[in-house]
Ligand binder design. Sequence first.
Ligand code: CU1
Length: 535
Amino acid sequence: MSAVTAENDGHHDHKPAKGFMRWIVTTNHKDIGTMYLVFALAMFFVGGVMALIIRSELFEPGMQFVEPQFFNSMTTMHALVMIFGAVMPAFVGFANWQIPMMIGAPDMALPRMNNMSFWMLVAGILLLFSTLFVEGGAPAAGWTMYPPLVLQTGNALPFAIFSIHLLGISSIMGAINIIATIFNMRAPAMSLMKMPLFVWTWIITAFLLIAIMPVFAGAVTMLLTDRFFDTSFFDAAGGGDPVLYQHLFWFFGHPEVYVLILPTFGIASTIIPVFARKPLFGYASMVYATAAIAFLSFIVWAHHMFLVGMPLVGELYFMYATMIIAVPTAVKVFNWTATMWKGAMTFETPMLFSVAFVILFTIGGFTGLMMSLAPVDFQYHDTYFIVAHFHYVLVPAAIFMIMAGCYFWLPKWTGNMYDERLGRLHFWLSVISVNVLFFPQHFLGLAGMPRRIPDYAVQFADWNMISSIGAFVYGFSQLLFVYIVYKTIRGIDCEKATDEVWEGASEHGLEWRLPSPAPYHTFETPPDEVPTEHF
Ligand code: CU1
C-alpha cells in the first residue's frame, strides 16, 4: 500500500492536478470545503447587494431607484441567493472540512460525488442569475413562487425551475454523502452518542434535505407543466387548487428553515463549551432536542397558511403543533446557558458571536412563537413583522454562527491566528448594526406595513430610514470580515496558531475530540492491515 501524503489521499494512484485544475477536479474534502465556503461568501455579498437595493428603495417613501417589477425580482432573488447560495453552501463547507476530522475518517465517503455536488451548485446559481437577463425579468413572485402570480413570470420561469432542480440535486447528493460518511466511516470507538454535536446536527439536517427537496422539485415541476403543458394542478378553472401548491411548498419550506438553523446549533454547541471551559451541558438532551425539532418540522407546515381558509380544527392543530417546537428549542437555549454558567469564560471573537447568537436567536424564536398563534398571525401575516422574525433567525443566528465557525476553525485550517482586535471590531459593528437594521422592522410590521412592497405610507418613514441605515452599516462591516479572512489565509501580519489555539480549552479534550490528522480508517483497509505509523 502506498503512503498517505498530503497530495495522495490513499485512494488513487494518479498524479494530483496542479494550479487551477486542482480546484476543478479535486475530490479532497478540505479543498471542496474551502470552495463551498468561498462560494458562500461570494453569494453572501451578491445577496447582500440585492438587500441593499431593497433597503435603498425603502429608505424613504415614494419611488426612487428601481421599477416595482425589479424590486419584486430583488426580494425573490435575495431570498433564493441567500438560502441556496450562501447559508446552505456555507454549512456544507463546514461539513466537508469538519465531519471527516471529527469522526476520524480520511475523507468523505463519496469524494467524486462531493466534487459534483459543488459544481452543480455553481451551475444552479449561475442559471438562477441568468434569469436577470431574460426577457420579462427574473421571477418576481417571492421565493415561495405562489401560483397564479408566478405563472405571470416571463420567459424566466423555466430557467428558475431548472435552477431549483440543479440546486436540489446538489443538496441531495451532499446529504447522501454526509449520511454515508457518518454512518460508515466513524473511528471504531466512536458510537453515535459520542459524536460531536456538529456531526449530529448535520446528519439530522441531511435527512431533512433528502425528505424535502423532492417535494419542492415536484411542486415547481407542476408549476412548469401548468404553465407550458396545459395541466391544471393549481388552476381552479381546470379543477385544480392553488392552495395545493402552498401545501406542497411549505411541506418543503418549513423543514427547509430548519436546514438553515440546525447546523447553526451544532456550531454553537461546539464553540460555547470551548470558551466556557466546561463540557457541553446536556449532550443527550441536545441530540434528542435536535431530533424532536426535525420531526416536528414536518408536521407544522400550514402555519404559513393560516389565512387560506382552513377548517378551524386545522388552524388549531397547526397552531398547537407549532407552539410545541418551542419546547425542544428552549431545551437547547437552556443547555447553552447552563454550559456557560460558572464557566471560566473568555470572550474571543467566536464566543462573542456565539453569545450574541443565543440572545438574538431567542428573540427570533419568541417572535416565531407569537406568530404561531393563529389569531395573531391573522394580524401580522404578510407584514414586516414576519420579515423581522425570520431575519433575526437567519442573520444574527445562522449568519453569525457561520462567521463564528470561520473565526473558530480558521486557525486550525490555515495554521494562522486571525487578528483578534479586528475580529472583535467586526463583531461589535455587526451586532449593533444588525439590530438597528432588523429591530425596527418589528415596529413597522406591528403598525401594519406590508412586506414585498416597494413603497409605503408616510407614517412608516422614520423606522424604514433607521432600518436602511443599519443595513448599510451592517453590509459594509462585512467587508472587514473578508479582509480578516484574507489576512489569516495569507498569513499577513499574524501570529502562528498554537496547537491548542484557545488557552486551557483542549485540557479537557473539548476543542477536538480526536487528534488531527485523523486516525486512518477505511473499508478498503481492514484495521489489522493499517500500517502502524498512522497511529
Ligand atoms: Cu414554518
